[in-house]
Design a protein around this ligand. Structure first.
Ligand SMILES: O=C1C[C@@](O)(C(=O)O)C[C@@H](O)[C@@H]1O
Length: 298
């Protein structure tokens, strides 16, 4: 496995670009865009967008609405608006094997055509994603993904089996990225630091949180948490304040210790995401060590 190129404590944060194809054909259609677009250091494949997994495997399931369309898009960010349907008995296993088959074929395609490290993520409904899975179904699916040997796998930290799944990833040599999302609010900075320390304690290789601000103080709380985590958390931390209000954290989070930032190459996966080109340009500026040339004097 290649480690994801997360920045060390003072380095340039990695740019991770999400992909949300609904099928392997859609993934294949995205490849020319990925080849042409420079600027991402790693990809995140959001498998919950696959038709097989959307809200419990309901192909053509409930209505979705676009949340945001800021970055150059092929797909829009979508969030469920209605209650998911009850999966039929037998659906779950069929959805899982379809998703694992797609993930296996897609990983091979991405390795052959793109070459960037890939993190596999199944974002579930309770954390703002499109898959509706109980703890047992989530664990079975993530175990299957780990067995495919991606570079990293996202593991929702609130899941009952999170520590066991992190251990499984570690045994398999797959990076375990523990994640926490709150689309309603921002916990206090201290709570976010404790959360990242708990993720580290549970065996995470990377601790990640993305939370929704209600005020500018909430955005500052994310930066404060990142800053405190520098000395209190021993693994790379990624912290994001979502939405337009929080989007500065996607640009300057690295200065406060964030090891990576998510930015769109072919479509955003969360509110507030900017394009990889925009984020790369800002990181170039922030990374400049030479002072700007003095203005000409007459
Ligand atoms: O955890 C994250 C961060 C994220 O939610 C963001 O806000 O950029 C985007 C998700 O795709 C990813 O899994």
């Amino acid at each position: 496995m290649r480690p994801l190129p997360f920045a060390g404590r003072s380095g340039r944060p990695a740019i991770i670009a999400p992909l949300q194809p609904r099928s392997i054909d859609e993934l294949a259609a995205l490849l020319p865009g990925l080849e042409a677009a420079a600027g991402a250091d790693a990809l995140e494949w959001r498998l919950d967008a696959l038709a097989a997994l959307r809200l419990g495997g309901a192909a053509g399931g409930p209505e979705h609405r676009a949340v945001e369309q800021r970055a150059p898009q092929v797909h829009t960010v979508e969030a469920p608006t209605s209650e998911p349907h009850e999966p039929r008995a037998g659906d779950e296993e069929a959805s899982r094997s379809a998703a694992l088959e797609a993930a296996s074929a897609g990983l091979a395609l991405l390795r052959e055509r793109c070459g960037l490290p890939v993190m596999l993520t199944v974002r579930t409904h309770s954390e703002g994603g499109m898959a509706q899975l109980d703890d047992a179904a989530y664990a079975l699916l993530v175990e299957g993904l780990v067995a495919l040997g991606p570079d990293a796998v996202d593991i929702e930290f609130r899941r009952a089996d999170a520590a066991r799944l992190l251990a499984r990833a570690r045994e398999a040599g797959v990076g375990g990225v523990a994640s926490f999302h709150d689309f309603a609010r921002t916990p206090p900075a201290e709570r976010l630091v404790e959360l990242c320390a708990a993720m580290e304690g549970a065996g995470a290789d990377v601790a990640k949180f993305a939370v929704m601000p209600r005020s500018r103080s909430d955005v500052l709380a994310v930066l404060a948490a990142l800053d405190r985590a520098r000395t209190r958390v021993g693994v790379p931390v990624i912290g994001i304040s979502m939405s337009e209000l929080g989007r500065a954290t996607r640009l300057i989070g690295g200065d406060f210790g964030s090891a990576a930032t998510f930015a769109a190459l072919v479509g955003a996966s969360a509110p507030g995401q900017l394009s990889a080109a925009q984020v790369g340009a800002v990181l170039d500026i922030l990374g400049e060590t030479e002072p700007p040339a003095a203005p000409p004097t007459n």
